[in-house]
Design a protein around this ligand. Structure first.
Ligand code: HEC
Length: 144
């Protein structure tokens, strides 16, 4: 019984998180951003435009306001190691939600390579699929 209650509250919490994120993610340019797994987002640019730019802005310069701070990806020294942005996208970080349920590994790799080579960033080492194996959090279907 205890276990059941605990499980229920976990599911409810996951539901709350998802619900509270929906309006924000809804600012993305595509309705598909709200509904389950991403559909065709063939490259990193598409992922960025549909998923990330609503918070990090189209020019990657981020934004500050209304009590929120969306860090710039332009000229951000923390992108030097590709592992860091990949980890943040898959697991979330502070005020940023995780996208492990929304993006497949290829899309994560693509968007990380995109942000590391745009907005004035010129990192030439490319993140590969195998680099992020194991970074994906182990979530139940309800939490995704
Ligand atoms: C709902 C708004 C939102 C969306 C959508 C979003 N982010 Fe973020 N992101 C944030 C916030 C807020 C932070 C700062 C988190 C913190 O440090 O508390 C952040 C932090 C980051 C960081 C770490 C920056 C640093 O200096 O530590 C990276 C990298 C990043 N985001 C990349 C992305 C990518 C790539 C996408 C798209 C797949 C994305 N974000 C989508 C809000 C968002």
């Amino acid at each position: 019984m205890r276990k059941f209650l605990l499980l229920t509250s976990l599911v409810v919490t996951a539901g709350l998180v998802t619900t509270s994120l929906t309006p924000v993610v809804g600012h993305a340019d595509s309705a598909s951003a709200v509904d389950g797994k991403m559909q065709a987002l063939p490259d990193g640019e598409a992922v960025y435009h549909h998923v990330c730019q609503s918070c990090h802005m189209p020019d990657g310069k981020g934004a500050v306001g209304a009590g929120a701070r969306f860090p710039a990806l332009a000229g951000n020294p923390k992108l030097q190691s590709a592992d860091y942005p990949a980890y943040v996208v898959l697991n979330g970080h502070g005020g940023m939600p995780w996208f492990s349920g929304l993006l497949n590994d290829q899309q994560v790799v693509n968007v990380v390579n995109y942000i590391r080579t745009h907005f004035g960033n010129h990192y030439t080492d490319t993140l590969k699929l195998e680099d992020i194996s194991g970074m994906r959090p182990q979530l139940s279907a309800e939490e995704e």
